[in-house]
Design a protein around this ligand. Sequence first.
Ligand SMILES: [Zn+2]
Length: 293
Amino acid sequence: MSKRKGNDVLSGAGAPEGSMAAGWAGERSDILKDEFGLEIPVENVPIPSRGVIYPPEHPLHMQETVQIRAMTAREEDILTSKALIKKGTVITELIKSCLIDKRIDPNDMILGDRNALMVSLRITGYGADYHAEVACPACGERSKQEFDLSALPIERLSQEPIALGSNIFEAQMPKRNENDPNLVIRYRHMTGYDEQEITQTQERKKKQGFKSDNLITNRYQQQVVAVNDISDKTKIQMFIQKMPTRYSLALRKAMDSNEPGIKMKAYIACPHCSEESEVSMPLGASFFWPDAD
Ligand SMILES: [Zn+2]
C-alpha cells in the first residue's frame, strides 16, 4: 500500500508514480485512501485444490492461496445486474471483478475453488453471519437458522491427479467376479465452463421441447474423459448411457469424495422437534444481499 499521508493530495505534489502499486492494477485506491481515508482490504483466500489441477502455465498452478480485494458498491452493481442474472454469470463476474491477478479466468477454475472465493467475498463484504431458512431433515419443518461462514471447513483432494498440473483423476470400477471387465474411468472435476455448458445444453433442450431430466448423464458426459484407453466422445457417451448403476454409483462416489472445495454444510438444532442434524446450507438471495431476508 502507499505510504503517503492522508491529506496531501490536493496539491498534487508528492503524488509519486507507482502509488497504485501493491497489485491494484487499474484501481484508483490511492484517491480512496488519500481523500476519504478508505483502504479496501486485500485478502489471501485458500485454494481448496492447492492449485495441483491447474497446468504449469496457469497463474494458480501449485498456489495455496489467491488474492482478492473486498467487495465494493461496484460489485453490488454486478449482483443486481438483470442482464448478468439472466445469463447466469453473476458469480463469475463477481469473482473476476475482485481477483487481484487479472490473468485468472474464474471460468476455468473448478467449482470448489470458485466456491471458496465466493464465500470469502461474502465474508469480506457483509461478514460471516448468514441467516437462511432450511427444512429440518427429521420433521420437515422450516426454520430460520444462523450459519457461520468462517467456520465452513475446506475439503482437500483425497486422491492425486494422474499428473501434477492436470485435472484428470482415475476411478476403478468394482468387479463382482473375474469375468467382469477391468474398467478404469478417467474424469475431471467440473469447472465454471463445464457448468455453463451444461446449463446451456439444458436450456437448448428445453427450447426444443425436451424435458431436461438427464442431470446425471449430462454431468458424466461433461466429466468423463476416458474409459480405459478409449477417449472417443461418442463411444464414451454410449458407455455412459448404458453403464450399470453399480458403476455409476462407484463413479459418483469417487468424484464426490475426491472433490476439493468448501463444505457447505452445518449442524442445525430444529426449533420444532429439537433434533440436531446436518443440513446443506442453502444459497438464497440473502447470501449476497443480507437485508433481503
Ligand atoms: Zn425438526
